[in-house]
Design a protein around this ligand. Sequence first.
Ligand code: DI6
Ligand code: FE
Length: 401
Amino acid sequence: MRCDRVWTNARLATLAPSRPGVGEVEHGLVAAQDGRILYAGPAEAAPAFEAEETVDCEGRWITPGLIDPHTHLVYAGSRAAEFEQRLAGASYEAIARAGGGILSTMRAVRAAAEAELVDEALPRLDALIAEGVTTVEIKSGYGLSLEDELKSLRAARVLGEERPVAVTTTLLAAHALPPEYAGDPDGYIDLVRDVILPAAAQTGLADAVDAFCEGIGFSPVQVRRVFEAARALGLPVKLHAEQLSNLHGAALAADFNALSADHLEHLDADGIAAMARAGTVAVLLPGAFYFTRETKAPPVAALRAAGVPVALATDCNPGTSPLTSPLLVMNMAATLFRLTVPECLAGVTREAARALGLAGKIGTLERGKRCDLAIWDIERPAELVYRIGFNPLHARVWGGA
Ligand code: DI6
Ligand code: FE
């Protein structure tokens, strides 16, 4: 059988749901044609391929390309000074209420041209790519006006053209209250619903809609209004929920068949049951948990028992998770949240794809999926989770190339 490329002499972690654990194949082979996986499985069961190019993996491990399903990669400026304030005792919420936090990044984003946003985000994107990321979700949410939210989404799209990586975009206009709407959050929600959301939908700049449901963000009633508008426009939703307190945001998200509810440290049993019924993915963000010194971990055992799929993401953002390492995310998820190695690997591949609504297209080594591979210099998959600050990526393949 003819094909473009085969990778031989590899050990595979297919993450295919039909196989146990990481879907290990000891003597594996992957074949690609037209950017898609034609075969991934045991070499002895493979058809006889006639490939344009054969890559000998010399026993290395191949996993699906990694997927980061929750980032705020597009922003300007730095919050290192705020970090120093926090080290001196100020809380994240106190800094936010004093006009710092998200609003300080908003000022920098508003002042930046689209090309500057791209330039500032590229090193962060490159750091993800260097660890095998082949798909990344990027949110707006630091513009907080029509013009600046669309500018941020355009910058995210440009990032996907500048690098060999798939970018999905999320409109997070309901992230914080901009100063021109101080005292009038419902007025800002009107703007999001009636102006920003329709514009993002019409221009095709948003693949999904997100909101920050929190005391320092927006109330469940306000989030519901945003979600109703998203539904009317045919856009899927997801939610920052139960990060700092329990406002029952996850259940609200599940009511709208959300792709995911994210953070979830303060999630309760009703929220878990609602997510399980709706098939809403739990996206855990151990970087933000670590960086804000949160002490209440998300209810991982209960999520597992209820069969809620669990994904992992960097939450890369300047305020609570200045993190661009999916490998460190896996280590933190194992150490801080007690995920197993297969759960960590599924969290950055198969379940991350599901959290983006792309489960049929990416996230596992299975026939028909886009040929996104990460090839690692490791002896066993646990090394990807176990080591800290070490990157064993040997090569990365995006769309077969
Ligand atoms: N939750 C977070 O952790 C980030 N946004 C959100 O909704 C924080 C964003 C920031 O501080 O800049
Ligand atoms: Fe976030």
